[in-house]
Design a protein around this ligand. Structure first.
Ligand code: GLN
Length: 304
């Protein structure tokens, strides 16, 4: 398949629509300054073939796409014990919702809503290592390029993260978190503020289409079963209350972030990242979703 010309065609189709619909996330002030006139797309196949188009090498804030990688670290460190405090069901609610936590006694529905990712960050802290450094090291190792945290975005998140602070305090009250909320949130805000480009993300997610094997050296990042589970969670929970719509329209495990990125995986074939900052009301990239629909329509690739 000529992936390069497919991605270029998608770029040509999407580019005239930039800036027309959707809104850049504004609740994190540092993200509100990003231009909506950006679109990038990149993929890497399991055999190492790569293709990229548009702004595929422009760094952006990976935001909740980071939750895939922190989950991977937590699964690797804790195995099944991780699920004692975090569920595996779609929430059907916005990513920052507090309501289910009350009735479900502080156990987040899944690791991809904010509450769940904050609980994962707590687990990483309890594992002892410097959690922030650990995440950066993992991502740099996976994409074979240095990766850094955008300090301005991290500070902006910390300054305005009132809902996340509420979620962390609430879970601490229920005993879901072992560590002080401020320490846990520091990990969470910083992981969300990591800057990467589409090509780097597509490379980094390569282990998810290779049964858990590192995209470059083939060593086990996680086991085959664990990789399958991360993909299952991405399909059912990765795009929040739009997960059903994503499965219906695209049919690939996906994880979005409010920076406008979406990482998608087709097991045994490829990993893909699209980026366009303007979001739909569910916090998913509007043109990113459209680009994924075009990709699936054009290639016929989907898990279904
Ligand atoms: N940092 C963002 C938040 O906590 C991440 C949300 C997202 O990307 N969906 O609100």
């Amino acid at each position: 398949m000529d992936y390069q010309s497919i991605l270029e065609d998608i770029d040509a189709q999407v580019r005239p629509l930039l800036g027309r619909e959707g809104r850049v996330a504004s609740y994190i002030p540092a993200l509100a300054r990003v231009s909506p006139h950006r679109f990038g797309i990149a993929l890497r196949t399991c055999d190492g073939e790569e293709a990229a188009a548009g702004d595929a090498t422009t760094p952006f804030s990976i935001q909740s796409m980071s939750k895939v990688f922190t989950l991977t670290l937590a699964i690797r460190g804790l195995g099944e014990a991780l699920w004692q405090r975090i569920g595996r069901e779609p929430s059907g609610s916005p990513f920052n919702s507090l309501v289910q936590l009350e009735t479900e006694r502080g156990i987040p529905r899944n690791p991809f809503i904010n509450a769940g990712a904050i609980a994962v960050a707590d687990r990483l802290l309890s594992q002892g290592a410097d959690a922030k450094a650990h995440v950066l090291e993992m991502l740099s190792g996976l994409c074979r390029e240095p990766v850094h945290i955008d300090a301005e975005v991290a500070q902006s998140e910390a300054d305005t993260g009132f809902r996340n602070t509420a979620l962390a305090n609430f879970m601490r009250g229920f005993g879901t978190l072992d560590n002080e909320p401020a320490r846990v949130l520091d990990v969470y805000f910083n992981q969300c503020a990591i800057a990467m480009n589409c090509l780097q993300v597509a490379r980094a997610a390569g282990y998810l289409c290779r049964d858990g094997a590192h995209p470059y050296d083939g060593t086990a990042v996680i086991s085959e079963t664990q990789a399958r589970r991360v993909n299952a969670l991405m399909l059912t929970c990765g795009t929040y209350d739009a997960a059903g719509e994503f499965a219906f329209r695209i049919g690939l495990p996906c994880k979005s972030g409010v920076g406008g990125g979406i990482v998608a995986v087709l097991p045994d074939r490829l990993s893909l990242c699209v980026w366009s900052p303007a979001l739909d009301p569910t916090g998913n990239s509007l043109l990113g979703r459209m680009a994924l629909e075009l990709f699936v329509a054009r290639t016929g690739l989907s898990v279904f």
